[in-house]
Design a protein around this ligand. Structure first.
Ligand code: AMP
Ligand code: MG
Length: 402
């Protein structure tokens, strides 16, 4: 065994990660249908006015407003209906005083008309006539040309996240594709002689790979492109080969072998290929956590224990990946509830303690670092500072929801 020489505090680990992160510079064009959640690479300005023409904002009649002055229920103004205007068809007849056109919402305004009287303010007055019983103000119920977006105006800015609303704005100006930053390619690989891919038979003494799948799910949910690789055996040569095979990725995330057992050989495989930036963080679970640069590529060596691995993925990998992907940091959704049971914690280690929400209280859900059910049966987690050793039942705690 080769015990950890030392661990660093969580805050120091976060500082070193922040200093090491490099946002991706590559960009790619994506179809608008695929653009949700992506990050805009270049500002887009509108090539046209939206709407491109003045249009009716109500179903009713396009009129000359002055014609309707003084109109009331007791003395309506009668106008000749000279046209019927629908959406998608440019009007051909100009409106002159004394005339009007029936018009549908969204149809282009005819020349000469400067207001729309909504149908509720009219009475049918025979074949080609209408009685208007409310005076119209000039401009009323008209959607001005360029009211939404003017030609030359910014539609989306560089670095903005493509929300459904921003995708809509691109569509409105006729963009079918958008230039966005590429997703960081993340090579994900599990190490260990015991690891078997789910779907295959399980020989004695072996276990199914959990980490590759939890990591891939978290990477995909935070702007990364997971590139899972087959598991690798505990041998320096095999690990070195895996580093070389993953060299083209933007980020490498391996799990297992980062601990202090004789067969934990990640550190040996890195020697000569890169620099270890930290190994060992004062957190629980997840102490055997490594961050390195291997051949210029950032490398996360996650603990093998599935709940340690996933806990560290939330706490350390997720913010790093989001910064690489140029996504905003995740604002945690928190819930303040009383603790359902007293918990004790080890001094000197910052603890991430999973809990389940039950009848408005936070009940401990943490079993052990090796148990994925510590997370699969939890709704969130609370942080217990390195100095806290006991939290009494009933204490109000902030639960970070998954
Ligand atoms: P290690 O970090 O390699 O010392 O592994 C610590 C523990 O986690 C051991 O019990 C391993 O069998 C287990 N483990 C390592 N990698 C995985 C994995 N990918 N999926 C499930 N369990 C794992
Ligand atoms: Mg191992």
């Amino acid at each position: 065994m080769r015990p950890f020489a030392s661990t660093i505090p969580l805050d120091e680990a976060r500082r070193r990660l922040e200093a090491a992160v490099r946002p991706v510079a590559r960009t790619e064009a994506v179809a608008l249908e695929e653009a949700a959640g992506r990050v805009v690479a270049h500002e887009v300005t509108s090539p046209l006015d939206v709407p491109p023409f003045a249009r009716a904002a109500m179903d009713g009649y396009a009129v000359v407003a002055a014609d309707t002055a003084g109109a009331s229920a007791s003395s309506p103004v009668r106008l000749h209906v000279t046209d019927r205007l629908y959406t998608g068809v440019p009007p051909r007849i100009a409106i002159v005083p004394g005339t009007c056109a029936e018009i549908a919402t969204g149809a282009p305004m005819p020349e000469g008309a400067d207001a729309v009287v909504m149908v509720e303010d009219t009475l049918d007055a025979g074949a080609d006539r209408v009685a208007i019983h409310t005076a119209a103000a000039p401009g009323q119920h008209i959607g001005r040309r360029a009211a939404d977006i003017a030609a030359g105006e910014m539609v989306v800015g560089a670095g903005e996240l493509l929300t459904p609303g921003r995708i809509g704005a691109l569509a409105a100006v006729g963009c079918a594709r958008g230039e966005v930053f590429a997703r960081p390619r993340v090579a994900i690989l599990s190490t260990g002689d015991e690891i078997v891919e789910p779907g295959r038979p399980l020989p004695p003494g072996r276990i199914f790979d959990v980490n590759r799948f939890t990591l891939a799910a978290l990477v995909a949910a935070n702007g990364g492109l997971p590139e899972p690789r087959p598991p690798v055996r505990d041998a320096v040569g095999a690990l070195a080969g895996a580093f070389d095979a993953c060299a083209d990725a933007d980020l490498m995330v391996f799990s297992g072998g980062s601990s202090v057992g004789d067969r934990d050989l990640i550190a040996d495989a890195i020697a000569g290929r890169g620099d270890v930036i930290f190994h060992g963080v004062a957190i629980k679970p997840g102490k055997p956590m490594m961050f390195a640069r291997v051949g210029g590529t950032p490398f996360f060596g996650m603990p093998g224990n599935p709940s340690s691995c996933l806990s560290n993925a939330y706490v350390l990998l997720q913010p790093f990946l989001r910064a690489m992907a140029r996504l905003p940091p995740l604002a945690p959704r928190t819930l303040r509830v009383p603790l359902g049971r007293t918990i004790t914690s080890q001094a000197g280690r910052h603890q991430f303690y999973t809990v389940r929400l039950l009848d408005g209280t936070a009940m401990p859900a943490f079993k052990g670092s090796g148990d994925i059910t510590s997370l699969s049966r939890a709704d969130g987690y609370l942080e217990i500072g390195a100095d806290t050793i006991r939290l009494e039942a009933g204490t109000l705690v902030d639960v970070m929801l998954f």
